[in-house]
Design a binder for this molecule. Sequence first.
Ligand SMILES: Nc1ncnc2c1ncn2[C@@H]1O[C@H](COP(=O)(O)OP(=O)(O)OP(=O)(O)O)[C@@H](O)[C@H]1O
Ligand SMILES: [Mg+2]
Length: 386
Amino acid sequence: MAEKILIVDDDVDSLKLIGLMLQRQGYEILAANNGQQALSKARSDRPNLIILDVMMPDMDGYEVCRRLRQDANTQAIPIIMFTAKTMVDDKVAGFEAGADDYLTKPTHPAELASRIKAILARSASQRQPETDRALTIGFLGAKGGAGTTTLAMNVAAAMSQNEPTILIDFRPGQGTLGMALGFERSTGMANLLSRPTSEITVRVIENEIVTHSSGVRLLLSSARPKETLLNISPDGASAVIHHLRTISRSVLLDLGAGLNRLTAHLIQELDQLILAVEPNRISLSMAREILGEIEQLGMSQARINIVLINRAQSSLQIPWQEAEQILGHEMTAIISPAPELAFQAAEAGFPIILYQPNSIVANQFSKLAEELSARIRSVAGGELHS
Ligand SMILES: Nc1ncnc2c1ncn2[C@@H]1O[C@H](COP(=O)(O)OP(=O)(O)OP(=O)(O)O)[C@@H](O)[C@H]1O
Ligand SMILES: [Mg+2]
C-alpha cells in the first residue's frame, strides 16, 4: 500500500512541485493550502507523514503542528517542517511545537526524499504491529426505539475526544445514524458488505469511512430498504471489525434491536456489550430473553452492561432497583429523559454531548464512556477477545 503524505503549503506552485516529485517516487499525495484544511485532512485521511510549511496566513505551521499534537487522532503522525526561514530559533520553535524534522527551502529533492524515507522507516518501526488491539463494544436494543443509536453515538463522541474511535452502523436498510448526524451519503457498510470477504481490506474500508465535524469517524448504513436484502456474510462483517481494530483504539457497533443471525455472530467479536433497556414490562422481558440467549452464546456476565434509558418522565415506569431485580443484573448506567434536547440535537445533526455538553444526559453519556474505557482497560490482556 502506498504511503500517504500530506503536503501543507499556501503556495500552490510549491505544493505542485513537491507533490509531483513525491508522487513519482510512489507516494500517495494529499494537499492542503491552509492550516484549517490541513487539520481536517489529517484527521479524516490519516496520512503517514505531514510536510508542513511554516509561513502561512491565518494559522502558521507552528500552530498547526501544536494542534496536530494535541489531537489524539493525529498526534502520532510524523511532521517535517518545511520553510524558507533559516534561523536557529525557528528550528527550535518547530521542534518545540512537536515537529520531527526540519528542512529549509530551497531543498535539494534528493535530500527531501531521503529525509522522508528515514522518517517513514522510523515511524513504521515504532508503529504497533498490525494486530487487532482495539476494544470492541456493541450496542444492542432490547426493543426497537429504546434509544440505542443515541446512546452509541454519544458514547462514541465522548470516547473520540480521548482516542481514535470508530462507530459502525450495523443495520443495512435501517441505518439512522447517518441521518441523525446530518450525512447524505451513508452507503459505506453496504459497499463493503457486498464485496467478497477477500476484497475487504483496510484500504477499501478507509475509503468508506466518513468523519463528522466533531471528529467521530463512522461507517454508515442507509435506510434504503434495498440494503435489507443484502446477503451479508458473517465473515465479511467480522473482517470489517478486525481491520478496524488495527487502525482505531475503540470500535463501536450499533447493532440495532434484538438478536438475529448477524448480531448473534457479531456478539462473539465483542469485548463488552451494552444492552439498552427501557423501564417498562415489555422492554424488560425482552431484555431478559436476550440476556439468556447471550449467555448461551458464551458471553460472560462481566462483559454485559445494561443501560436503562428513560425516554419519558413517568411515575408509572418501573424503578431501576426493580428493573435490576427483574434482570438479575446491575445497571451500569441510567439515562434521564431529555426529549427536547434529543430532538434538537438530532435536528442539528450533532450528538447531545457536543450539542449541550453541560446537560445532565451529556454527563451521563460521558461518564458511561469513561467507565467503559476504564473497565475494559483494566481487564485488558485478561479476558479480552477470549
Ligand atoms: N434520553 C432520552 N430522552 C428522550 N428522548 C430520547 C432519549 N434518547 C433518545 N431519545 C429519542 O428517542 C428516539 C429513538 O432514539 P434512537 O433512534 O436512538 O433509538 P433506537 O433504539 O436506535 O431506535 P431504532 O430501533 O429505530 O434503531 C429518538 O427520537 C431520540 O431522539
Ligand atoms: Mg437505532
